[in-house]
Design a protein around this ligand. Structure first.
Ligand SMILES: [Fe+2]
Ligand SMILES: [Fe+2]
Length: 318
């Protein structure tokens, strides 16, 4: 079996629709400038539209235009907001495919580094077992909320961003970057389930979060072990994690900002081996990017222009 596969080689059955990761990459590198954000999304418009046609994301595109992900990502989940269920299902589906990619990341770590210590392989095998269970849990939660697997397109952006070919960087990216993001998202889902009184979701996600803390801890410990006695390697590994953390902040949607859609789960991360200095740094990294006001204004312009163009086309056709 091949080692170090590309994200495009990840196998999926016919239920899944693959989406280009370009949109996710763009969101994580936007400047704080309304005009640039609008231009970028208008440029990507046809590609974004082609990616959602025939999926459950189509109504969100019809409503919000090519910048729909800006609204979806940056507004906190609110059971009273318009299209609340679509947005909840979109996030739940994103978590489901995230779990799938976490399973693939851990399984690849087990396979890609045959010379790694036995304890590392046991940790990665344990993680695979957990992630497989998480997949089943989130598939059931999707159905519990009225959704199903494959209802939204999948971008393999997470796997792509964190699967380095260096073992220290792999665990820094997968176990500290991706699993750390999972802690932030799951703490937010528990808060949401608490708000809506959904005891099933609250308890299920709480169980999953306990495992994710262990997975981050694997990362915290193995980064130290793989870079022991080599400060230069440790530095390169930390730089890689910073880059992954910036990409996984989605332009500030996951950050310490007061109005962040997904706040950083400080307590959970401390328990998982992040230091205060690292959390301070994460807070700074995730806060870079366009302000919420910029994104809101850009999303509004994109929405208005999309509706204007569509109305003009309709008029022409009639
Ligand atoms: Fe997981
Ligand atoms: Fe995990």
């Amino acid at each position: 079996m091949k080692r170090f596969i590309d994200h495009e080689e990840l196998a999926r059955d016919s239920r899944f629709i693959r989406q280009d990761a370009a949109q996710a990459n763009v969101i994580s590198s936007l400047p704080d400038d309304v005009e640039t954000v609008v231009n970028v999304f208008e440029q990507f418009g046809p590609m974004i539209e082609a990616g959602v046609r025939g999926t459950s994301a189509e109504p969100l595109f019809e409503e919000l235009g090519p910048g729909f992900m800006l609204t979806v990502l940056n507004e906190p989940l609110d059971p009273e907001a318009p299209a609340a269920l679509s947005r909840l299902l979109l996030r739940m589906h994103g978590i489901f495919v995230g779990e799938l990619q976490a399973l693939e990341g851990a399984a690849r770590s087990l396979w890609d580094f045959p010379d790694a210590p036995w304890e590392f392989k046991m940790n990665m095998a344990r993680q695979c077992w957990d992630e497989a269970r998480h997949l089943q849990i989130f598939e059931k939660l999707l159905v519990h909320l009225g959704g199903h697997v494959g209802m939204y397109p999948e971008s393999t952006f997470l796997f792509e961003a964190c699967c380095s070919e260096d073992p220290a960087m792999r665990v820094a990216g997968v176990n500290r970057g991706l699993e750390g993001l999972a802690c932030d998202v799951f703490r937010d889902m528990i808060r949401f389930a608490d708000k809506t009184g959904d005891e099933v979701m609250k308890q299920a996600v709480d169980f999953v979060l306990a495992d994710e803390i262990t997975h981050v801890r694997f990362g915290s410990e193995w980064v130290k072990e793989f870079t022991k006695g080599d400060p230069e390697h440790l530095k390169r590994t930390q730089d890689f994690r910073r880059e992954v953390d910036k990409r996984f902040s989605f332009g500030g949607a996951r950050s310490d900002r007061e109005d962040a859609a997904i706040p950083i789960a400080r307590e959970d991360r401390l328990e998982a081996g992040f230091t205060e200095d690292e959390l301070q740094e994460l807070s700074e990294i995730s806060g870079i990017g366009p302000s919420k006001a910029t994104l809101t204004e850009a999303a509004q312009i994109l929405r208005d222009r999309y509706h204007e163009t569509r109305d003009a086309q309709k008029e022409e056709a009639s």
